[in-house]
Design a protein around this ligand. Structure first.
Ligand SMILES: [Zn+2]
Ligand SMILES: [Zn+2]
Length: 182
């Protein structure tokens, strides 16, 4: 099976019968991952679809809803998260092809891949959070602030003192490693 074949649905029963419609529930295992950000749909994730196919004069009108779980991590504390995505989509698949951007009925079939991919990817969260008021990570030690919100650190050593110490160690005048002259 080619990758987009799983998104293909036969509509031969509805073609050129305006007014007729059919509803279907489809489960699709994604043959490819979706999204490139902090939240993605990995390959092999189950998409649950509720779809209505309606025959209209120009073609087949598809209206549906996708349910899928995205893998993500909290953008503040990096905790792994599952983000449920629920998206509506609608697209007219025409009998005639008038431009490359159009979706068409081809060989009595329609291919939902692009429609579903666009709907899902546009709805992946850009900055997912484990909870809306996530406190993130401590800038000093990286510990999760929600687990240890009141911990404190000793005042950091002033970096200028560290630089001065290093200088002293490198200065040959302060070094005892010089061989003594006889
Ligand atoms: Zn978080
Ligand atoms: Zn800390």
């Amino acid at each position: 099976m080619s990758q987009s074949e799983v998104y293909t649905v036969s509509v031969i029963d509805l073609m050129h019968k305006p007014g007729q419609m059919r509803e279907a529930s489809l489960d699709i295992l994604t043959p490819e991952s979706m999204g490139q950000g902090i939240a993605v749909i990995p390959m092999g994730t189950e998409l649950d679809l509720d779809v209505r196919f309606e025959s209209v004069h120009e073609g087949i009108l598809v209206t549906g809803e996708v349910f899928v779980d995205a893998d993500a991590e909290c953008s503040r504390c990096l905790e792994p998260l599952t983000v449920p995505i629920e998206v509506d989509f609608q697209e007219l698949f025409t009998y005639s092809v008038s431009s490359e951007d159009d979706h068409s009925v081809i060989d009595e079939q329609i291919n939902l891949e692009q429609v579903i991919r666009d709907a899902v990817v546009l709805n992946l969260p850009l900055h997912p959070l484990c909870q809306f008021d996530c406190l993130g990570l401590c800038v000093e030690c990286g510990v999760k602030m929600s687990e240890n919100p009141h911990h404190v650190h000793e005042a950091p050593v002033d970096s200028r003192w560290i630089a001065l110490k290093e200088l002293q160690q490198q200065d040959p005048l302060n070094s005892n490693l010089q061989p003594e002259k006889e």
